[in-house]
Design a protein around this ligand. Structure first.
Ligand code: PLP
Length: 389
């Protein structure tokens, strides 16, 4: 819990930087603020901090230090993966992705479409995972045209986990580059880039208790991306701009702490806690729908649909009673449209309208989860009592 009177269940939006992250960043701003490109000793001390942090992040991701391009976060990394892949392979004009990607990929693809490029949108199967047969047909027909297949590892709204292995091995066999947005995965689940059939992987520090405004793209062997930020020779000529030293230092500490946590984390027990939480909600709200219940999902995310209720009203009342949650939809003219991500995943509009995302962290306690269930019960009862029969 962060603020004294709130239970924060919105960790997929952002997480609290740890004390150690804040301390390391403060020290970096106070005394280690020099430019890592400077030749003098002070500059070289800053360079050393950046490279130590890079080594920590590389260890968390299971990649080589040199594979990492630091960026301003997940959005820039996603943009660089898609647009940088297109620019690096002029003979391959086609982008393949999913309508449920984060806006940092989806909107890039939509912009490309508006500009006259072709985008192939992947279909989902009955559980919300990619339809592999349709994907195979696409690869068989058009592999030579594809600049990049971009598919997120875990979905930020639903926690749905895609079968990266299945998609990636098909891409490898077809000689097609594969990017995954792993922003919601990294830090919560073990990651070993070297063993994945993935060429490009995006991550962001503020989703694993690091600072905002820093993240990166892992670029595997042979997957060159054309820079999008052109300037100085930083990041081995792949992303110009003076490094965000305090951000990088903070991310390095967050990476170390995530690794320490992952070393002893019992993911199966956390999944069981998620299921028990959902079951307890079901006990008090029998018609609740657990979105993508039967698909593999992140242990920290429960996207719950309350039929006939509005997500916005639920969120406001939850917040009034001290529970911070989210709906995965933009607020337009005071009302929440049903999340396009849920609709594209096959969730009925009536359920999507009243769907709320509860996302915990590694520090969320069983008592807090109990309290959240109580508050959900009270809020749903109050809203239902005010509805016409
Ligand atoms: N991709 C996913 C899946 C996300 O959840 C987010 C953040 O909400 C992003 C990308 C964007 O990351 P950032 O906020 O670091 O730009």
């Amino acid at each position: 819990m962060t603020a004294p009177d709130f239970i924060y269940m919105d960790h997929n939006a952002t997480t609290q930087p740890t004390e150690e992250v804040v301390a390391a960043m403060t020290a970096s701003l106070r005394t280690g603020w020099h430019n890592p490109s400077s030749i003098h000793r002070l500059g070289q001390a800053a360079r050393q901090k950046v490279e130590l942090a890079r080594a920590s992040v590389a260890e968390l991701l299971g990649c080589r230090d040199r594979d990492i391009i630091f960026t301003s976060g997940g959005t820039e990394a996603d943009n660089l993966a898609v647009l940088g892949s297109l620019a690096a392979q002029p003979k391959r004009p086609l982008v393949v992705t999913d309508r449920r990607e984060h806006a940092a990929v989806r909107e890039v693809a939509e912009h490309l479409e508006e500009a006259g490029r072709e985008v192939a949108w992947l279909d989902a199967d009955d559980h919300g995972r990619i339809d592999l047969e349709a994907f195979e047909r696409l690869l068989a027909a058009r592999a030579d045209e594809i600049a990049v297949v971009s598919l997120m590892w875990a979905n930020n709204e639903t926690g749905l986990i895609q079968d990266l292995e299945a998609v990636g091995t098909r891409c490898r066999a077809a000689g097609v580059r594969f990017h995954t947005d792993a922003v919601q995965w990294v830090g919560k689940m073990p990651t070993n880039f070297a063993e994945l059939p993935v060429d490009l992987l995006s991550f962001s520090a503020h989703k694993f208790h690091g600072p905002k405004g820093i993240g990166g793209l892992v670029v595997g062997r042979g997957a060159r991306v054309e820079p999008r930020s052109i300037g100085g020779p930083q990041e081995r000529n792949r992303r110009g701009g003076t490094e965000n030293v305090p951000g990088i230092v903070g991310m390095g500490v967050a990476a170390r702490q995530a690794m320490e946590w992952l070393a002893t984390a019992n993911i199966a027990a956390l999944e069981a806690e998620r299921d028990a939480f959902e079951q307890r909600v079901r006990n008090v709200v029998p018609d609740v729908v657990v979105n993508h219940e039967n698909a593999p999902r992140l242990w920290n995310t429960s996207n719950l649909g309350f039929p006939r209720l509005e997500a916005e009203a639920l969120l406001l009342l939850l917040s009034e009673r001290g529970v911070c949650a989210s709906a995965g939809a933009a607020c337009s003219s005071g009302s929440l449209d049903p999340s396009p991500v849920l609709l594209a995943g096959g969730i009925a509009a009536e359920v999507a309208h009243g769907s709320v995302r509860f996302s915990r962290s590694r520090d969320t306690t069983p008592n807090e989860l109990d309290r959240v269930v109580e508050v959900i019960a009270a809020v749903v009862e109050r809203l239902r009592a005010s509805m016409p029969a």
